[in-house]
Design a protein around this ligand. Sequence first.
Ligand SMILES: Cc1cc2nc3c(=O)[nH]c(=O)nc-3n(C[C@H](O)[C@H](O)[C@H](O)COP(=O)(O)OP(=O)(O)OC[C@H]3O[C@@H](n4cnc5c(N)ncnc54)[C@H](O)[C@@H]3O)c2cc1C
Length: 455
Amino acid sequence: MKYDVIIIGAGPGGIFSAYELSKLAPDMKVAVFEAGYALNKRHCPIDGKKIKTCIGCKSCSIMSGFGGAGAFSDGKYNITNDFGGTLYEYIGKKHALELMHYVDEINLAYGGEGTKLYTTAGSSFKKQCIQYDLHLLEASVRHLGTDINYVVLENLYSYLKDKVDFYFDTPVETINIVDGGYEIVCKEGTYSCEKCIISVGRIGSKWMEKVCGELDIPTHSNRVDIGVRVELPAEVFSHITDELYESKIVYRTEKYGDKVRTFCMNPKGAVVNENTNGIITVNGHSYEDPAKQTENTNFALLVAKHFSEPFKDSNGYGESIARLSNMLGGGVIVQRFGDLIRGKRSNKDRIDESFITPTLNATPGDLSLVLPKRILDGIIEMIYALDKVAPGTANDDTLLYGVEVKFYNMEVEVNEKLQSKYDGLYIIGDGSGITHSLSHASASGVYVARNIAEA
Ligand SMILES: Cc1cc2nc3c(=O)[nH]c(=O)nc-3n(C[C@H](O)[C@H](O)[C@H](O)COP(=O)(O)OP(=O)(O)OC[C@H]3O[C@@H](n4cnc5c(N)ncnc54)[C@H](O)[C@@H]3O)c2cc1C
């Protein structure tokens, strides 16, 4: 089969490339290859009863399939250059924001209408934070919620399915450079195209590394974020989440001068497992529908670890720490803050006696046996700092789940068109290492599609 454009990966980056091509170049023959399943076939087997923890499916339905890693996410669509990626370094801050707004409009048109847009602009909370050396980052955030996010994806798929050829459950194995374009090799066959957009996300990081090695595309890698997911009664953060929904707060520790930040805040949400290449870490999400909400709020506290020469494998470092928690707890470990401070392992009895009910069935344990001292000290210092703006954060019963790791794909060398050193081979979204969010990944998809349509 010969296509004008082949897109690898049906996450937000791939979907919005396909969407924009269908609008601007409807005559182009476009195909999307996706390792995971169609949206309606994506089911995580964990039901909390028969199957309680991750069983390592061949294709993780949480991370893979139509909608990508974002499909069951909280659908927090952050419109900002302050976090979520460095797309602006390639295309400029104004252009990056314009594209994020454009995607937001499409999300609204495809089912997100009526969802709320929160903003930090003019918030009095910023002043309160700064008094305690806590720094609130600027952003507007559209909260679609896991339920509405799913509806938007369903509608986008209905729109695209007759305009684009979708190949689900079809991982691409290799990309060959041939005369006039590229050859996409899958187990089922070989397909050719003039232009290829690679958008394989975080789950495709190892594959991306392999392809870059084979095609001699330079990459750079030196960062991983490691930490815990905090879960506490929703009331503790309600004055913040009611106004801002999500607040990204950065704190520099007194002890080491390390930066610790809050990440992915889920008011009245649930803590969930995440399986990246067989390693089980923790994440969180929440629903827009009040009937599905919980009594708890969760968010991550992360410390960024940058490495210098000679160590290059920052993801390997994060994986090793996550493996340690998997080894000790058979998956994710949960510990009460009070137990951590007193040097005690949490056990089932103490968790059951707590005033807070965990939303994830994790193994009670001791995070100090897993997390490096420097990272753990930073997290503890941040919890006490947050306690000043949200009293109750440092309560004994506050739950810490570990580990949460944000793996950053190595940054692939691309030019200002997000094109690799090969003409017509584009690398976008989280798989490029340039984006780490729904909004930036989607915007990068629109951006390359426009470049291709204009060429
Ligand atoms: C639980 C969870 C909650 C999240 N919540 C939020 C949130 O609220 N807000 C936010 O901004 N971000 C959130 N994120 C992050 C967000 O989902 C990602 O930043 C975003 O999905 C990246 O989009 P992408 O298209 O680059 O990659 P992905 O969404 O990861 O999609 C890549 C796709 O490529 C496929 N693929 C990989 N390799 C191959 C191959 N060789 N052949 C074919 N297909 C392949 C994968 O199966 C996958 O479906 C969350 C992530 C998770 C896991």
